[in-house]
Every structure is written in C-alpha cells, then in structure tokens.
Design a protein around this ligand. Structure first.
Ligand SMILES: Cc1cc2nc3c(=O)[nH]c(=O)nc-3n(C[C@H](O)[C@H](O)[C@H](O)COP(=O)(O)OP(=O)(O)OC[C@H]3O[C@@H](n4cnc5c(N)ncnc54)[C@H](O)[C@@H]3O)c2cc1C
Length: 299
C-alpha cells in the first residue's frame, strides 16, 4: 500500500486542490463506500451518493467560474473520478458521465447556451452523452437518429442504446444527422435535449454484470421538438465535437479503471494479511510471498 501512497505524493497538488481531494476522500470513505455493496446488489440508483457529491459541489469543479462553477484542472477532475470509483464503481461512472455529457457544452456552446444550461449542472443536475445506436458503436458515424429543422425548432426522430444516466439525466448531449445534409459524415450534428421533452422516452435498462447502480439505457425520440437555440455550433459540426468529447471522456474511463484496480489491490492485500491457512497467514504462504517478492510492495 505504501507504493500507492508514495505514488500519490508525487502528484503536485496545490493547497486548494489538496483540500478538495481530502474532502472527496472523506465522503468516499464515510458515505460512498458504505453504500457500494447495496448499490451493486440491488441496482438501485445511488441517490444518497449523488446528493453527497452535490453537497460537496463536485460538478462545480469542471464548470467554468463565470457559469457558476470553479473551473479547476482536468487532472484534479480525473483524480476525483478515481477516488469515487475506488469507493463505488457505479457512482464513479455517474459522476464522470456528467463531465462527458457537459464538457462539449462548455467547449462548443455559445455564451447564451452556457449561461442558460451550465448552472443546472453546476448546482448538481445530471448529464448524459448520447452517441451509441444499434448501428453505431465503434463506428459512431453510422447513426440513424435524424434532426429535421422546422422553423425555430429541430424535430428529433430516432433512438439510442447503452446511455449512462439515460433514465436520470437532466440534460442530454444528443448526436444525430441533419436531414438536409447528404454526406453522412458531414451531417452529424449535436444538440442539448432537456429532461421532460415530449416524445422522449426511456425504453429499456440493461442488466449488467457489474456497475449495477449506474443505469445504462435505451432511449427513443419520437418527434421531439427541441429549440434551435439548443443546437451546438452549426448543423454538421457534430463529428468534430464527437471526437473531441471522446478525447476528453476516454481518460476518465482510465481514471475509473484505476480506482477500481486500487480497490481490488487493497482488498487483496488485506485478505492476504488476514487469512490463516494452516499455521501462517496467507500472505506468508510460499506462492503468495514469492509474488510479493517479484512485485515488491510494502504492506
Ligand atoms: C456500461 C456501458 C456504458 C456506456 N455508456 C455510454 C454512454 O453514456 N453514451 C454512449 O453514447 N454510449 C455508451 N456506451 C456504448 C459504448 O460507447 C459502445 O459500447 C462502444 O462504442 C462499442 O460499441 P458496440 O458496443 O456497438 O461494439 P462494436 O462496435 O460492435 O464492437 C464490438 C467488437 O468488435 C470490434 N470491432 C468493431 N469494429 C471493428 C472493425 N471494423 N474491425 C475489427 N474489429 C472491430 C470492437 O473493437 C469490439 O471488440 C456504453 C457502453 C457500456 C457497456
């Protein structure tokens, strides 16, 4: 364990960042970790964890100051994801998805959109990123969801699958194809769909092998009318925004995995030190102690 602590000490957080991390560690230990087993066993959405995250204002970390946030560093955000994920993998995804969904709004939204929508996230609203469809996974460009302009509105028709926070989000960053642009790659566009929009429905929820408290949903859009004011950039700007959002969201998937790996490692060391087999504790048995020597970790 000392190796992990030594590694953590090499990170050069300033005083304010250290204070944030101490608070995150405190709520991870006191609230989030104790709820983790129940959350995974029952698949109940961990609202208490989300409330705790919001009381600490953790969504504010990544929202710029002028829109009600703190505008702290991406590295700090990643560290927070890994601490939360170590305590509860489901809660880690839920928190990180807020960032995945809202980072493109921060980066590509105009001032009116950011001033109108971001405070809702800074104050604790949930975000979702909706790209994947039955025909569009690794190759997201084959999406079929269609955006048709009609006066001051955009009519949305289509569906999505595997959307994290899909049944609980307040704002959805939704990708689809602009109906009047022929070239399929150039037609990808992106808008913000708000919770409660008529014609929007959550149609399914995946049963998974883990992360059960984080909902992964199928969504349907049947003639949803979204104000054109919610379109990010211009029609056809979506592919560039999609690739930029994946570039920022993939490192948080790594931070999430790191948190889970750290939890597994600590459990393994604790188990090895406690379990008695014959006359010795497990970690002193030949096979295990050989591995300890190959991989020299103090514990
Ligand atoms: C828990 C969970 C949460 C998710 N949350 C979200 C979310 O919030 N928002 C969202 O939009 N999506 C989400 N997704 C969807 C995720 O982004 C997709 O699952 C991912 O993009 C892969 O798509 P796919 O599942 O269709 O797999 P596929 O694209 O079908 O890939 C299956 C396998 O085939 C391989 N493969 C694919 N194409 C090729 C090729 N041309 N040549 C060789 N091999 C290939 C892939 O590497 C992979 O191993 C989530 C998925 C999961 C499991």
């Amino acid at each position: 364990m000392k190796l992990l602590e030594q590694f953590a000490r090499t990170r050069r957080w300033d005083t304010e960042e250290r204070q944030v991390l101490e608070q995150v560690q405190r709520v991870a230990d006191e609230v989030i970790a104790p709820n983790a087993e129940h959350t995974d066993r029952t698949s109940d959405f961990p609202w208490e964890n989300v409330r705790t995250i919001n009381e600490l204002g953790l969504n504010m970390l990544f929202v710029p100051e002028q829109f009600g946030g703190l505008g702290m560093s991406y590295a700090l955000y990643l560290e927070v994801v890994s601490i939360i994920s170590e305590a509860c993998a489901s809660t880690g995804i839920i928190y990180a998805t807020n960032f995945h969904g809202m980072k493109p709004l921060i980066q590509y939204g105009n001032d009116e959109q950011r001033a109108r929508l971001l405070p809702r996230i800074a104050e604790g609203g949930l975000g979702a990123l909706a790209i994947t469809e039955t025909t569009a996974g690794s190759d997201a460009t084959d999406m079929k969801t269609r955006f048709t302009p009609e006066g001051d509105d955009i009519i949305v028709q289509g569906s999505k699958i595997f959307i994290s926070n899909g049944d609980v989000a307040d704002l959805y960053l939704l990708f689809g194809k602009w109906s009047t642009i022929e070239d399929p790659r150039r037609s990808i566009s992106v808008l913000i769909l708000e919770k409660g929009t008529p014609g929007f429905e959550v149609v399914s929820k995946e049963r998974k092998m883990g992360h059960n408290g984080s909902s992964t949903c199928g969504l349907a859009f049947d003639g949803c009318r979204v104000p054109r004011a919610n379109l990010l950039g211009e029609p056809g700007d979506g592919l560039k925004i999609l690739l930029a959002s994946l570039n920022k969201s993939r490192p948080s998937v790594a931070a999430h995995a790191l948190g889970i790996a750290r939890a597994a490692f600590k459990d393994m060391v604790a188990y090895g030190n406690e379990r008695v087999q014959g006359v010795s504790v497990y970690s002193t048995s030949k096979a295990i102690s050989l591995r300890w020597r190959i991989w020299p970790v103090s514990y």
